[in-house]
Design a protein around this ligand. Sequence first.
Ligand SMILES: [Zn+2]
Length: 333
Amino acid sequence: MDFRREQLHVEILDPRRRFERSRALLEIRFDPLTGQSVRILPSGSFSPPAAFDLERMAAETRAGCPFCSERVESDTPRFPPEVVGEGRIRRGEALLFPNLVGYAKWSAVSIYSAERHVLPLEAITPALMADNLAAQVAFGRAVVSYDAASKWISFNANQLPASGSSIFHPHLQGTANPFPTTMQRLLAQVEPQRFRDYLAAERDAGERLLGSTGSIDWFAAFAPLGPAEVRAFVLDASSTDELADDVVAELGRGLSLVLRAYADLGYQSFNLAAFGAPGIPGFPLNVRLVARGYYGPLQRSDAMWSERLHWEGAVDLAPETVAEAGRKRFADQ
Ligand SMILES: [Zn+2]
């Protein structure tokens, strides 16, 4: 397993230093699974994520929120009874129902709690996360037992508008579809053994490990797709519907710790995706998260031509720095 990186020196005559010659380091890294390349710029190349007023955003969106307890029963859809007998799925405080917007043949939204319109990342406890994941696992099982062709199952998250969420109230999203997404297809072409080799190489290197929650190791992506990408593999589940209860609890704990580390780094918004490759023996469930910056109207988005059209991440936060922040949180568990 090689962690390929190429270093380039970018030379300019710098107007900030009376046009003296300056050289900056640009590192290009290649993902060990897909070969996808990313650019790591010097720290401080981009503005840090802006602080924003979560309570003010909560106050502005609470009246009329379809996911708050006053409206969630009347304003959210139900599944047909032949798919989910009760129409919606409940686990602890979590509640799962169909998405009004059909992103896949089967699309679900699951709120952490109808009582929690505002949920800072540091307040997403292991139990809140695990119950929400358990609802997603039940959704996946219900769909594939009714519609076996919709076997490409995932659970995902957009948290806050900066990450693509149209509803402020925190939630996860699930999908089940007969066709894989592009990334599901690309990863399904990777030999299952390669994920194990990658994990073993990260364990040996150590510098990108955040910590372990028991059977799952959490590590910063060597070649991150976006800011602060963290990954984990569940080796004995090749799809979300195969996750055992104790593994769901462990994933809840790990994700809660990663989100606390994101909050430590100044982020309150993130994207999450977890999926495997159904029918490929030994294929591990992949869990990936990226932090998302929140920016004002005249500040840059964290996705530009590079990410959107070249499929090339460009970040100024080194994975090894992300791991350092994560290790502090994992050490406290
Ligand atoms: Zn709400």
